[in-house]
Design a binder for this molecule. Sequence first.
Ligand code: TXA
Ligand code: MG
Length: 331
Amino acid sequence: MGLEKIHAPSDESIRRAARFLAQGQLVGIPTETVYGLAANALDPVAVARIYTAKGRPPSNPLIVHLADASQLPLVTGQPLGEAIRSQIEKLTPFWPGPLTLVLPRGAAVPDCVTAGRDTVAVRVPANEIARRLIRECGFPLAAPSANRSTYVSPTTAAHVLDGLGDHVAMILDGGDCDCGIESTIVRLEGDSATLLRPGWITREQLESRLGCAVHLHAVTSDVDPELIAPGMMRDHYAPRTRMRLVGQLGSMELPSRCGRIAFSKLPDAEAKRYFVVDALSESGDLEAVAKNLFAAIRRMDSMGLELIVVDECGTEGIGRAIMDRLNRATG
Ligand code: TXA
Ligand code: MG
């Protein structure tokens, strides 16, 4: 059902998607991280449809996607200060790519995109289909992950159809996403940088490029986390099936219908304890784990299991992003 909404990328289908977007409709788009639910970022009526489709609280702002960094002045406040400009210059070599910058907002960006904030989140996706589409449109695209609010992000066109098929005019099929995990989000203010969401671009990479520490945003009781990074504190990425980290099991007896998401191949004796096992990589390569994780969670969540048990890793490099998502999904 709805399969006719999924289109292979071609000049014709990209032009068609651009026409739908210009009319204020929603289109599912591939990016290198996860699929996005795109609307014309400069059209408040179109953007409002994103919130309705996702069931997303209006307090949770959206990321604006540009075709290239030269479009930044379209959406950021002008003029930007000297210190922040120098930070942007150090980080834009990651563009196009899975890095989102939170910057002072420009007047052209509607309130509903930024949830009324004085900042705007911006990125240039690396996926060529996405960039061809943004160029064809001539306007930037607001696009959250194309899942119902709080569910697992989509990494295939079929995932988008599953959750949001009724709400999109069409979906451009870019195959499986290369990274499989959402972009890293960094807030820049003057000469300070804060990691709001860990992702494919690691904190270590950012620090080496900036030549200074990237702060982790501290969740303290006297600061409302919603005010710093809305959408990051809630029950995100949660499958419907109960999910636990392998280290949380203790001496718990496994139910008969228990799934295991392993980061590498399990020895037979261990695999036998589970109703179903999905190994995300041969030998624990964390980039493969990130790429395959969300699809595995969705697959297991559709199997009527009583419990999903998932592996853990350290928080170095991309491990930080993987554990961030898993801690929230199992929290
Ligand atoms: O990889 C990605 O970033 C994907 C693809 C489609 O680009 N998009 C994505 O969007 O993950 P979404 O809406 O699922 O997550 C965006 C996050 C939310 O947690 C939101 O609260 C935060 O970015 N955000 C957006 N604008 C912000 C701002 N001005 N200040 C702080 N956080 C912001
Ligand atoms: Mg999301």
